[in-house]
Write a protein that binds this ligand. Structure first.
Ligand SMILES: Cc1ncc(COP(=O)(O)O)c(C=O)c1O
Length: 355
């Protein structure tokens, strides 16, 4: 068979392991999943209620134009409706925008390690990923990223805060980088974890995305809103830019339940604030617990914590699974998502047992 060569290069995305899989493999009960940076708790109660009411209507296709949610959301964040674009999670949008701009002979610049969908989507479009190592504080190295942009670059990804390290770049530095990037390179500022940040140096680039045609901000309902299973995320950018980026998108990818749930979720900003504070407390507990055990963590502003463990990363990941705790292993490091207080304690206890 004549496989598409660009696609054959892709190393498939490896996600957090599902609880059921770990139960089957290790025979452990009561497994805690701290592997996918999900919300450890249910969606808001108001959202659960409206979601249940959508069930009888799913014989119909959803509104492909996402009409009502777009208008409500535009009002909440202070943009025009045509400056918003929804997808089945922001991962879908990353895939589509890479197709809209990329292509063989071009490249996309990104920090590394960062979100795995950037290189995957780049390669899927036939373009080449240019991966720029993080600096010694596990943050994007903006000077090195700027220097990596060449005539073939069509996209630069800034993951702020960065997954998997949880680190942020100050808003002023991000803005200066965006402004200094040539107009024919799209800067994608991925703010999937924006709602968890407590450091005042952080700033969203939404205003800049409205001002500049080559800046787009990505957000998701999968994290603080607890809607990962429904798949819904969005982009903010100038209308003319979004028209081009949307072209490859299939119709109906954003389901009706997802649209209804997201519209309800944004009506409860106080609940977002509550979750930000709860998450910050859990994050402090994990970071302090790791430091006590001799693993200083990167300075996280997200709902996960990254700590370097050297060559034992894979072994630690497997041993923790045997104790019923699923985390993520990276090259020389482990990432643990913030769970409930009980789950965070379980992780630290399991860590003590396996060390
Ligand atoms: C940095 C970043 N961007 C985007 C996403 C995609 O989220 P979703 O496709 O669920 O909206 C994730 C998910 O983990 C992420 O970590």
């Amino acid at each position: 068979m004549r496989w598409n060569e660009a696609v054959s290069r892709i190393a498939p995305y490896v996600g957090g392991r599902p609880i059921e899989e770990v139960v089957r493999e290790f025979g452990v009960v009561d497994v805690v999943k701290l592997a996918s940076n999900e919300s450890p708790v249910e969606p808001f109660p108001e959202v659960v209620e409206v979601l249940a009411a959508t069930a009888p209507d799913v014989n119909r296709y959803p509104d492909s134009a996402v009409y009502s949610l777009t208008r409500e959301m535009a009002e909440v964040i202070g943009v025009e409706p045509d400056q918003l674009w929804f997808g089945a999670g922001s991962s879908e949008l990353i895939g589509e925008l890479a197709l809209a701009l990329g292509g063989p002979g071009t490249n996309a610049v990104m920090a590394w390690p960062s979100f795995a969908m950037y290189p995957i989507s780049t390669m899927r479009s036939g373009a080449d990923p240019v991966m720029v190592p993080l600096d010694e504080d596990q943050r994007h190295d903006l000077d090195a990223m700027g220097a990596a942009i060449d005539d073939s670059t069509t996209i630069v990804y800034l993951c702020n805060p960065n997954n998997p390290t949880g680190t942020i770049l100050p808003g002023d530095a991000v803005e200066a980088f965006c402004r200094s990037t040539s107009d024919d390179v799209l800067v994608v500022v991925d703010e999937a974890y924006h709602e968890f940040v407590t450091d005042p140096a952080h700033r969203s680039m939404i205003d800049l995305a409205r001002e500049r045609p080559n800046v787009v901000v990505l957000r998701t309902f999968s994290k603080v809103y607890g809607l990962a299973g429904l798949r819904i995320g969005y982009a903010i950018g100038q209308a003319n830019t979004l028209v081009h980026l949307k072209r490859p998108q299939r119709p109906f990818t954003v389901t009706a339940p997802a649209q209804i749930a997201a519209a309800e979720a944004i009506r409860h900003p106080h609940r977002v604030e509550g979750r930000r504070l709860e998450n910050a407390a859990g994050r402090r507990m994990l970071m302090a617990g790791l430091a006590e055990r001799g693993f200083p963590a990167a300075r996280s502003e997200t709902n996960f914590v990254w700590f370097e463990v050297g060559p034992m990363a894979k072994k630690l990941f497997e041993d923790l699974q045997r104790k019923g705790v699923i985390v993520r292993a990276f090259d020389g490091a482990v990432r643990v998502s913030v769970g409930t207080e009980v789950e965070n304690r379980r992780f630290l206890m399991a860590l003590d047992q396996v060390l």
